[in-house]
Design a binder for this molecule. Structure first.
Ligand code: 6PG
Length: 243
């Protein structure tokens, strides 16, 4: 079952989200010594990243990955890395060798190929004896009004990439810019936990659709529900604020 928390406002969403991430990372570090956290871009998680940066000790022993990236350089205003760097990585002084950015400037296919290699090299699958996909510990996700997560868009062929796919190039994203790199649905489903954040009335329909029947038209609905935590503000809660 998906855990859904509704908060009065976006600031409370960010506080809950930062506390959730810190708690999960601490548990993982206790168990395995190192934790693997993947970040998303977009506007929603920025405040969560700032709050995390205010307690840098919570990130100790954490390797930082990305759920998706736009095919631009790391200093471009559209870069997801740049957002994470400004809000979290630089203020929290996360050592550069623990940060694994998707190299958007290499283009969708080459960027995805290199990232898949790096991810598979450093992040073990859930069952050490199996050759399953790398199992990230916490993946932070936003959701688009169309129900996309990372850069997996409704009805896109990336959703059919198969179990071996780790990281995929995208050339026709309906959300600009069109060229992107994204973790596969298989890797999102293999993660030990996904944390999805949504704020604002514009996300309410997508959140409701995500919690309904799984559908290729709503990629977020294809996440593994028993491993999914959703934190929304009241405006984005399914059915709207008045319930
Ligand atoms: C991206 C994202 C994308 C994002 C959602 C929500 O690079 O665009 O990673 O999946 O999380 O589109 O975006 P907002 O938070 O801006 O609404």
């Amino acid at each position: 079952m998906t855990r859904l928390t509704s908060c009065p406002d976006a600031e409370t969403v960010a506080q809950r989200a930062a506390a959730h991430i810190a708690r999960q990372l601490a548990e993982v570090r206790e168990l395995r010594g190192v934790a693997h956290l993947a970040l998303s871009g977009g506007t929603t998680p920025g405040r969560t990243y700032e709050l995390l940066a205010a307690a840098p000790q919570d990130l100790a022993g954490t390797e930082v990955w990305f759920a998706d990236e736009r095919c631009v350089g790391p200093q471009d205003e559209q870069s997801n890395y740049r957002l994470a760097d400004q809000a979290l990585l630089t203020p929290a002084k996360v050592p550069a060798e623990l940060v694994h950015r998707m190299e958007g400037e290499l283009g969708p296919e080459e960027g995805a190929r290199r990232y898949a290699l790096e991810l598979c090299e450093r992040v073990p699958s859930e069952h050490a004896e199996s050759s399953g996909p790398p199992a990230l510990d916490v993946v932070v996700l936003g959701i688009g009004p169309d129900g996309h997560v990372a850069s997996l868009f409704p009805g896109a062929n990336t959703l059919d990439a198969g179990d071996d796919a780790v990281c995929l190039g995208v050339r026709d994203s309906p959300k600009p810019p069109p060229q992107r790199i994204t973790l596969s649905l298989g890797v999102l489903r293999a993660a030990r936990g996904c944390l999805l954040l949504a704020t604002g009335a514009g996300k309410a329909d997508a959140v409701a659709a995500m919690l309904a029947q799984p559908s290729r038209h709503v990629p977020a609905s294809l996440l593994r529900r028993e491993r999914l935590t959703v934190i929304v503000d009241d405006a984005a809660a399914p059915g709207g604020p008045a319930r």
